[in-house]
Design a protein. Structure first.
Length: 315
């Protein structure tokens, strides 16, 4: 089975933790140990987010004022190398060298006419208080948005069209390699009529880019790993209903938070419409997710369009 696994931000940096190299490695080690059994048995690609890390690098760049700060596309590539290296190493260690793991820097084609370039929504970097956020916005000319009870910098997040290096990833899979790629959604680029690439100042959503890769690879399954047990209708209200399975059409009629579950549902719809399936669920219950004891499955052949969890039988 060909599987694309998208590691959520909680697999790299848990909310409230310091963004140190030690914490990054410890979190990645736990994720790779959970994925080891899957990696032994299947063609596996791992993608990952980079929001906290790319924001941290941007801040570090601003602190050194003797040279101009590096643009977001280069910082995105830097996070692919940094995080990809750690995942590559920890997955190799978890597999005791049984399979070779390749981490590659990938670019994601986007449209320069995407309205996202005029409406930044993607949070990056650390959280700020209202006062600190206002100061950063004034000093660095950032766009700031509310994130829970705090504030974060937001940048454009255009829709991914396709992954430029998908043929190379497919070649590696066909030759029994495991692949780490599309870090942080991949470096966003535009491509002109002559095939020349130019980096764009944005951060692509990791889940949507992972779905684009899964479609390009004709993957069987896209795993969108998060810290919630299910995708839920009316989440956090007395009317909450957890979704066990749904067709892309049925779940597409529901509304989800654009800052959390929305992109995951959109990514799941994309791969299901391409002929695969998506599972959205918790990394720490991966075996239960694959056994369909927890998590939400999006596929084309769900009787009735949508099936909700029977709370009396909930895992």
């Amino acid at each position: 089975m060909r599987v694309v696994v998208a590691l959520g931000g909680n697999a790299l940096a848990r909310r409230g933790e310091p963004m140190t190299a030690d914490r990054l490695r410890a979190n990645v080690r736990g994720a790779c140990q959970a994925l080891a059994s899957l990696a032994r048995e299947h063609e596996l690609v791992i993608t990952h987010g980079n929001g906290p890390q790319v924001g941290l690098l941007a801040l570090q760049n601003l602190a050194y004022q003797d040279v101009a700060a590096y643009p977001l596309d280069i910082l995105g590539a830097e996070t692919q190398g940094m995080i990809g290296y750690v995942i590559q190493q920890e997955l190799s260690n978890a597999l005791a060298g049984e399979r070779e793991v390749a981490a590659i820097v990938t670019t994601t084609v986007v449209s320069e006419d995407d309205p996202a370039f005029h409406w930044p929504t993607k949070p990056i970097g650390p959280q700020y208080s209202a006062a600190d956020a206002a100061g950063a916005a004034a000093e660095y000319r950032w766009t700031i948005a509310k994130d829970g009870n705090a504030f974060r910098r937001v940048v454009p997040s255009p829709v991914p069209v396709h992954i430029q290096q998908a043929p190379l990833v497919k070649l590696l899979l066909e030759n029994d390699r495991l692949v780490v790629c599309v870090g942080g959604g991949g470096v966003p680029v535009k491509v002109d009529s002559k095939g020349r690439q130019t980096g764009m100042q944005a951060v692509v959503d990791k889940d949507l880019a992972s779905a684009a890769l899964a479609a390009d690879l004709e993957a069987d399954t896209l795993l969108l790993l998060t810290d919630g047990d299910f995708v839920s209708e009316n989440w956090g209200t007395p009317e909450q209903r957890d979704i066990l399975s749904a067709t892309p059409e049925a779940i597409g009629e529901l509304e989800f938070d654009a800052g959390s579950m929305g992109p995951k549902v959109d990514a799941a719809i994309r791969i299901a419409k391409a002929g695969g399936r998506a599972l959205i669920g918790p990394l720490d219950r991966l075996d239960d997710l694959l056994a369909r004891k927890v998590g939400t499955e999006i596929r084309n052949d769900v009787p009735g369009g949508i099936v909700f969890v029977d709370r009396s039988k909930k895992a």
